[in-house]
Ligand binder design. Sequence first.
Ligand code: PFF
Length: 447
Amino acid sequence: MRDSFGSKFGTLVAMAGSAVGLGNLWRFPYLVGENGGAAFIIVYILLGFLICLPIFVSEFIIGRRSQKNAFAAFRDLSDGSAWRWVGLFTVIVPLIVLSYYSVIGGWSVEYLIKSLTFSFTGGSSRAQISTMFSGFVSSTWAPLGVHTIFLLTTTVVVMIGIKDGIEKFSKVMMPLLFVIVLTIAIYSVTLPGASAGIDYLFHPDFSKIDAKACAAALGQAFFSLSLGFGTILTYASYASKSDNIMTQSASTAISDLMFALIAGVAIMPAVFAFGIDPQSGPGLVFETLPYVFGQMPAGGVVAILFFLALLVAALTSSISMLEVAVAYLMEEKKFSRLTACITLFVICWIVGALCSLSFGPLSHIKIDGGNLFDFFDSLSSNVLMTLGSLFTVLFVGWRLKKTDIYDEFTNGGTLSANAKMFGVLWFLIRYICPLAIIAIFLTNLLS
Ligand code: PFF
């Protein structure tokens, strides 16, 4: 029998685990600060609910209707048509993302170990911390070692299964993650000078809201909600038929937003309290913050908590990416869960190792001006994810039968609130979402 989640809460924490990840911790706070603070947050919320939530619901509908892996879901719901290749596409894309995500997951393992040995409390200068980071990522063996540890942990959780592995892991880790990030946020706002960080995050500047800021908000919301990667679809295929798709989807989106906002309040006030200009991405997390931790009272403990949170957030996301292909291999190619996990571990380890080495021994290999890691990152977040989401809404809006979607969304007509909002949802999925996705695609292409 097919494994499934044991409860509504289990489904919710697993989906929230997929959504809450590096995107929330290292990109959202910076994007908000740079693009108009509270004005950007308003745009993010509006676009999130008008465009991303319907896409999320679409993935949920496909997954739960079919109760199959992503490939079979597209194939069977379209009576074996060519749509199944879209399904296969959404199986392959998360593997690419997992390969490079695991490299960064490995870095968070390394930095957790460094903070456990109190490496950031010696009052090192910013230059020393930066040299430590660049020395580490450009070396050969240490990053490969931690990439292996991270990917192995991900694989073991997935190997245990849906209810006993992914669900149990998420049920413990997501509340822990929430408590840690909230604790750091409370501490961070009490630091002298923290208000400059709050101002950076929340001061509304509507003059910064243009097409580019909207495209940035939408791109970030896509990545943050794990849309277009087959992960929500696959998790939804393990959800109970009695779950309310609308409340589960909205709760995941709200949890993801809350995490992103609290992460901003945990990070930016601390950065500003020490008079530093914020950065985005790896620079923020592995260079700026370790320096800040070295300066603040009890920074050693905060560093441990922060890197633990980073690791947990990355793990629950990477687990969801691996499960997409595991489900495919098990159901379509008749692999056992164990063999599927080992096969995918080997593939992702090799691709991830190439990405890891692209910061050091393979840094001379350039694609489109960047290293292999940058190439995979920008290809998947700018192109593949957008295409995956576009295919998903087109499939639901234009290929599936409206009556079937209604039936799935309202649990056979029994959820009256969902029945009332169906008309609006249908309109958004059919017309607004595809147009908005094409618009971000073009804005990114032309800018
Ligand atoms: N949502 C994750 C984050 O914000 O870091 C990233 C992610 C997870 C993307 C799962 C894609 C995915 F399938």
